[in-house]
Structures are given as C-alpha cells and as structure tokens.
Design a binder for this molecule. Structure first.
Ligand code: FMN
Length: 366
C-alpha cells in the first residue's frame, strides 16, 4: 500500500506557530542533525491559492523536515500536498489538534476529531496525491468525546486511509472556554492512553507528545511508543537537543558548546541579514540557548535590545555571546576551531566563520 513509514520519528520537534519557522529550524539543526523537525501549521488554502514560496520555502539543511497542513477539504489538501512534495518536504502532517476558536470556526484542527470519516477521506486524498508519507497529529479527545474508546475509534477509522503514523498530544482539548495556551496546560496529560494505543495498534507508528522535558525522559518513553515529540522544552531550552543524535539515534555527536552553536549560525545569519532579513527575526529563536548559564540574561537582553537595530548583524550576535560564559567547555578558543558548522558551510559561509575564528569575538568569559 502507498504511504510507507518513511521518516524516522524517534525524536521530533513539534510544530509550533510563530516559533518553528525556517530560522528556528536552521538554528535547531545546529544542535541536532537527525531529529525530525516540523513546520508551523499552514492552511492548505494558503498553499494552493497564496504565495507558496513564502509559506513553504526552506533551506536544504533543515531536512529531515515535515510540513504541517491544516484543512478539511480533501481535494484542497491533496492539491496542497502536491505543492509541498514539489518543495521537497520529507513528510506531510495533518493538524487535528489545534483547539483555537478561529481554527474550529474554519472546520479544521482539533474539532475534526469529531469527524473521523472526514479525516480519513482527507488523509486518503493526500496519500493518493503524493508519494511522501502522510501523518496525523491529534489530541486524545475533545470536550466530552474523551473516552479511550473514542480515541481508538478515531485512530482505527483514520488508519483505513493507509495512514500509519499518529502523533498524539496526550491531552484532550476543550474547544470553547480555553485559549490555545490554556489548552496546552490545563487538561491533564494522559501518557498512558498513548501507550495503550500502541499496544492496541501494534502495526501503527505511535508518537507520544506532551510535557516531555528532556532527552532522558524521551528515551524512557521509547520503551513504549515508536517516537517522542518535544515542543516547548526544545524551544525554550534548545541545548537539551545536543544529546539527541547520540542518545536517541545512536550516531553523531552534538555541538561541543553553546558558543559553537552560535558560531554555526553565523554564516546563515550573515547571508540572511545581507538579504534584508531583520536580525531579530532569527535571533529571537536563539534567546534560550544559554538558559541556566551565568550571563544568560545579558545575552537575551543584548540581543533583544540591539537585534532590532537596522544595522544589526553577525557582530551583534558575537557581542551578545561575549557576555555569557559557557560551562560546557573550559577553553572557548578550542571550541571555535573544533566546530566549524558541519551543515552550514559553503564558501562564503566558511569565510565568515574563519574571519570570526581568527578575531576571536565569541571567546566569552572563561
Ligand atoms: C507557541 C506554540 C504554537 C503551537 N502551534 C502548533 C501548531 O501549529 N500545530 C500543532 O499541531 N501544534 C501546535 N502547538 C502544540 C505543540 O505542537 C505540542 O503539541 C504541545 O506544545 C505539547 O507539547 P509540549 O508539551 O512538548 O510543548 C503549539 C504549541 C506552542 C507552544
């Protein structure tokens, strides 16, 4: 049957609106090569009728990369999936978990959990349209449709389409009365339901999402499910991803220090700033990099205050990095030469790094 399990879901970073944009994803790639990254949700209508390049454009280094679509019209989702495939995405995921009132009013997101046959038809149309894997991300239930039996019924019905991978945010969603943020905090986490799904549907790939705070925690869940998706923790404390390749995927090594991550970003930042992208649009995703390290507040403050200047660029980032120590290493000079941005190089990019290596502006406070 079409729709193989093509992508490695052992560890994923969640789709997060306004957060996991292309700049964020490039940054996360400086921490982990193998974790599957998801875009923000894009409505299929925007892909089909709008500026596809604006919504789907990304850098080659972001792979493995999944696009998340919202929508509920099978033909439109199929058309969007075709466009997405032509952009080279490794997977296309359908959002059946967003609880926002605006989204529900448009009949997509979490409200679709009440219409499993429609979701099946949407996914079926997408599977027919493309050869990349189609996956679904849902909650464990909505409103009073929150029994395990209803969740299992939803999964069984949608699986009839050929969908093999289900990412389950282990909270139900309340479609009125709670904001999306409250809907990520107030309904209790029920990881056991996701694990039960895995034992009831052994042939499906079940990915657990919700409340996972560390790579160690993700590893322990992997005894019970096929994969783990981390959202807020990975964004707010991205350094946790440095162990992902080694500990979850059993290969590769993460960056040796946070300053090495900063260095890895410099070529990208330089090229984007030269192309007119405001620095702050990139560095806002990097503010959490030094969390818990002496000087982290100075790093955040400097980038927040100086990053929006019209002339802000690589030098601004380097100056911010000077304000913070890096406890992962004893000598920053060593780190600078040890991590020359394996995925971000290109001739022009290499030049920027070399320049900054020789002038030593990322030395930090040792
Ligand atoms: C700022 C923000 C935006 C989000 N946007 C989306 C989205 O576009 N699509 C989606 O499926 N989930 C979205 N989510 C939910 C996350 O993907 C994830 O399911 C949720 O945060 C629970 O995982 P966590 O506890 O690891 O953060 C968003 C979460 C946050 C914090």
């Amino acid at each position: 049957m079409k729709n193989s399990i093509g992508t490695d879901h052992r560890l994923c970073v969640a789709p997060m609106m306004e957060w996991t944009d292309r700049h964020c994803r490039v940054f996360l790639r400086c921490l982990t090569q193998r974790t599957l990254l998801y875009t923000e949700m894009v409505h299929c209508g925007a892909v089909v009728h709008g500026d596809a390049e604006r919504h789907l454009g990304h850098d080659a280094i972001e792979h493995p990369l999944a696009l998340q679509l919202g929508g509920s019209i099978p033909d439109e989702l199929a058309a969007a999936a075709r466009v997405a495939e032509s952009f080279g995405y490794d997977e296309i995921n359908l959002n059946v978990g967003c609880p926002s009132e605006r989204v529900s009013a448009g009949r997509f997101g979490a409200c679709l959990m009440a219409e499993p046959e429609l979701v099946r038809d949407c996914v079926g149309a997408m599977i027919e349209a493309v050869s990349v894997p189609i996956t679904v991300k849902s909650r464990i239930g909505i409103d009073d449709r929150d029994s395990y039996e209803e969740l299992a019924g939803f999964v069984a019905t949608v699986a009839q389409s050929g969908c093999k991978t289900f990412i389950i945010h282990a909270r139900k969603a309340l479609l009125s009365g709670l904001s999306p943020k409250q809907n990520r905090e107030i309904p209790p986490l029920e990881h056991d339901r996701v694990m039960r799904l895995k034992s009831d549907f052994p042939d499906l790939e079940i990915i657990l999402n919700g409340g996972v705070q560390s790579i160690g925690e993700a590893l322990s869940h992997l005894d019970h499910v096929n994969g783990v998706m981390i959202g807020r923790a990975a964004y707010q404390d991205p350094w946790l991803l440095r162990d992902a390749d080694r500990c979850i995927f059993g290969g590769g090594s993460g960056p040796s220090s946070r300053h090495a991550v900063v260095n890895s970003m410099l070529p990208y930042i330089d090229s984007k700033c030269r192309a007119g992208v405001p620095l702050a649009r990139i560095t806002r995703h990097m503010l959490g990099l030094f969390n818990g390290v002496p000087g982290a507040r100075s790093w955040r403050r400097y980038l927040s205050e100086q990053g929006s200047r019209v002339d802000a660029g690589v030098e601004t980032v380097l100056a911010a990095a000077e304000l913070v120590a890096d406890p992962a290493v004893s000598g920053h000079a060593e780190v600078r030469s040890a991590d020359p941005a394996p995925t971000l190089q290109g001739d022009a990019m290499g030049t920027v790094i070399t320049k900054h290596m020789s002038t030593g502006p990322v030395a930090g406070k040792s």
